[in-house]
Design a protein around this ligand. Structure first.
Ligand code: SF4
Ligand code: SF4
Length: 385
């Protein structure tokens, strides 16, 4: 039963969310803000003893420099790292990107994380190298990176971004990284649509139980996230002891309707209370300039009435398409496709749309942003109307 407990869920106390306006990645400034942000979480932080191993789990989706806003920013990680070193903990940093990236060291370099590792003598862990353990919840088994079990605490450090499949990728989705990369392909195939995929994400979040989730929302991403969108200044950092409630808070902050947010729909289907009472600390929202972020084009599918999907579903789709002049024929997309829907071609790969499950893993792993989404004429029309 303990496995199913929602982090931060205590019937006697509301969830805690701390919010601070923050526009700069200057580490000195950020450290002060992180100190203030985490001040209300003393009860949780008291559990960390001197010498405890604390895993910082940022978002290492693919090899992009910090300014692309694809990965958690190194200055943000550094400020959080300093905080936990100061607490007496022994932090390590790690994640598990897609298995198509054969050389995670190069990802650590390009994202700026390797530099932090060198300067602070902190190990950078590629989860696939640590092995995995089977964990079960709701009668389902999941392979969870062994390192998650081996450390004393996990601190979840998501980047605030849009996502082609799940609309947004926030705290809950970031813990999907606990699945070793080579196992991710299978899970994408087993949970092919946005709501079933989000149910699986909720399971993994509940199994991995981060002590705190701290959001990098200084520069986020809008549009075709998680890898091919545009950076947008969101100007905040936030923290919570329950990423489910924290994610719902941020969803509202970004102007996304909860009824269209797959995580919310998944939680409701699973019987999880997605909107728990929370206590807000830090800056008041009245002084924050809210941004309505541009969502991925595939989000339009969420606005098609179910009656239409049932009756003329074959005309309602969003599919990947290669931008010929940008593609280098590196074949990353072929390897990332859980459905075997991308075939090797002479000049570039081509899609076998009959097999495509619209998971958009190919877009995530394309290093050159050479894949875009095309919508069926009916979905395009619904956008205009
Ligand atoms: S579409 Fe992207 S990932 Fe696929 S072969 Fe071309 S450049 Fe590589
Ligand atoms: S072609 Fe792309 S979107 Fe379609 S199943 Fe393969 S990875 Fe997913």
């Amino acid at each position: 039963m303990e496995e199913n407990r929602i982090p931060g869920a205590n019937k006697l106390q509301p969830v805690m969310i701390a919010f601070k306006k923050c526009k700069s990645y200057d580490v000195v400034e950020l450290r002060k803000k992180v100190d203030a942000l985490l001040e209300p979480f003393q009860n949780s932080l008291k559990r960390i003893r001197r010498g405890d191993r604390v895993l910082l789990k940022p978002n290492l989706l693919s090899g992009h420099p910090p300014e692309h806003a694809v990965t958690t920013h190194p200055s943000f990680i550094e400020a959080v790292l300093q905080f936990f070193i100061n607490l007496g903990a022994k932090p390590i940093i790690g994640d598990s990107p897609s298995p198509v990236f054969k050389n995670p060291k190069s990802l650590f370099e390009v994202t700026g994380w390797a530099d932090i590792g060198r300067r602070y003598r902190i190990p950078l862990i590629y989860f696939d190298k640590t092995g995995w353990v089977k964990k079960s919840i709701r009668g389902k088994d999941y392979p969870i990176a062994r390192i998650i079990d081996a450390v004393d605490f996990v601190i979840n450090l998501p980047k605030v971004k849009t996502h082609n499949l799940t609309i947004l990728t926030l705290g809950v989705k970031n813990m999907y990284g606990a699945i070793p990369g080579f196992k991710k392909v299978t899970l994408h195939r087993d949970y092919p649509n946005s709501v079933s995929f989000s149910e699986m994400n909720l399971d993994i979040y509940l199994l991995t139980k981060p002590l705190l989730t701290i959001y990098d929302g200084i520069i986020g991403m809008e549009g075709e996230g998680p890898a091919a969108g545009n950076p947008i200044s969101l100007g905040f950092i936030a923290a919570t002891d329950c990423a489910i409630t924290g994610d719902m808070f941020i969803t509202e902050l970004l102007g996304v309707k909860k009824e269209k947010f797959p995580l919310y729909l998944a939680g409701k289907r699973m019987g999880i209370k997605m909107e728990r009472t929370y206590k807000l600390f830090g800056d008041t929202l009245e002084t924050y300039e809210r941004k309505n972020i541009r969502l991925p084009r595939a989000n339009q599918l969420n606005y098609i009435p179910p009656i239409l999907t049932r009756t003329i579903g074959s005309q309602i789709w969003a599919r990947p398409r290669i931008i010929t002049k940008v593609c280098t024929n590196c074949e990353n997309c072929i390897e990332s496709c859980p459905a075997g829907a991308i075939k090797r071609g002479v000049i570039r790969p081509y899609f076998s749309y009959g097999k495509c499950i619209s998971c958009f893993c190919c877009i995530e792993t394309c290093p050159h942003r050479a894949i875009e989404i095309m919508l069926s004429p009916l979905v395009t029309l619904s956008q205009i109307l």
